[in-house]
Write a protein that binds this ligand. Structure first.
Ligand code: SF4
Length: 287
């Protein structure tokens, strides 16, 4: 592909990026912002384009690396806060270094054809979660919906498509992150999970987090936020603020709105975008 064709492709990528922002409800990106200007600002100038593009073509790696290397936090877990499902990793002392030996496959195998709560009888598929097992960024929502129940994959319906666009808007790919829910089976009619269902299922997302050890968890909506932070504080008060994940030292939690809520309340997209920018800045080591 020649340099002009590469430039056209870059402009097309920039155009798609702007469309993501539009879908997120962002309308004042700047009157001067056009795909052409975004592409040129990325490469310097049109005259510089061939020189800049050539090494990118040679390396076949047009995606800039944006994440800083992970800083491995000291992992500490309080014994009394650990569910039975994970207690096998702990010594008898109150606080011990957490050594996780299980993999995501081990956790999925243990979940099996789960009947630990009544939701097994109405689900089609268990929705375990998917993504990068070494992700720095993890998204945790509430429970599968109809599309997820049918496919066995998290966040694939309309809300899931918006989540994918939100991830791409912070210059990441869906496969870079890990996506899961606090419940693995769909509540019938998308009703709210009942307390016995949450307490039966949430240990599995705790174990997924302990295995993945992300730097940051973005919780989507009230139930996921309250479940992971073990708080009753509502999402409107706590969103956009960095919290400590109470079960493992060194992991931050950033609550934001659920994409399904954003579809119903598009005026909230700007706040969600501000939250995502904070997540990006944190992962880049800028805050
Ligand atoms: S919601 Fe969780 S605990 Fe309940 S049946 Fe499904 S997988 Fe098992």
């Amino acid at each position: 592909m020649d340099a002009r064709a590469e430039l056209q492709e870059l402009i097309q990528q920039a155009r798609e990026h702007l469309l993501y922002f539009r879908d997120l409800g962002l309308t004042n990106i700047g009157e001067e912002t056009t795909p052409e200007r975004m592409a040129l600002s990325a490469i310097g100038s049109e005259e510089q384009a061939p020189a800049v593009l050539a090494p990118m073509v040679e390396q076949n790696n047009p995606e800039p690396k944006i994440l800083t290397p992970p800083i491995q936090p000291e992992i500490i877990m309080k014994k009394e806060s650990v569910p039975a499902a994970t207690s096998l990793f702990l010594a008898d002392d109150a606080v011990e270094p957490l050594i996780v030996t299980e993999t995501l496959e081990d956790i999925r195998r243990d979940l099996g054809d789960c009947k630990r709560c009544k939701l097994w009888s109405t689900r089609t598929n268990i929705v375990f979660g998917e993504g990068n097992p070494n992700a720095e960024l993890m998204f945790v929502g509430e429970a599968p919906g109809a599309d997820e129940d049918a496919s066995g994959r998290p966040f694939v319906g309309r809300a899931g498509q918006l989540l994918t666009k939100m991830i791409e808007a912070i210059e990441m790919k869906r496969e870079d992150v890990y996506i899961a829910n606090t419940l693995k089976s769909r509540p019938p009619g998308n009703r709210n999970p009942e307390p016995d269902e949450t307490s039966a299922c949430i240990p599995f997302v705790y174990r997924q987090i302990a295995t993945i050890r992300p730097k940051l968890i973005v919780t989507l909506g009230n139930p996921a936020t309250q479940g992971l932070l073990e708080t009753k504080v509502g999402i409107t008060r706590i969103r956009g603020t960095f919290q400590e994940y109470p079960r493992i030292a060194g992991i931050k939690v950033l609550p934001t709105y659920h994409p399904a809520y954003l579809l119903r309340s598009p005026d909230k997209k700007r706040e969600a975008w501000e939250d995502l920018k904070k997540a990006r800045a944190f992962l880049r080591g800028e805050i």
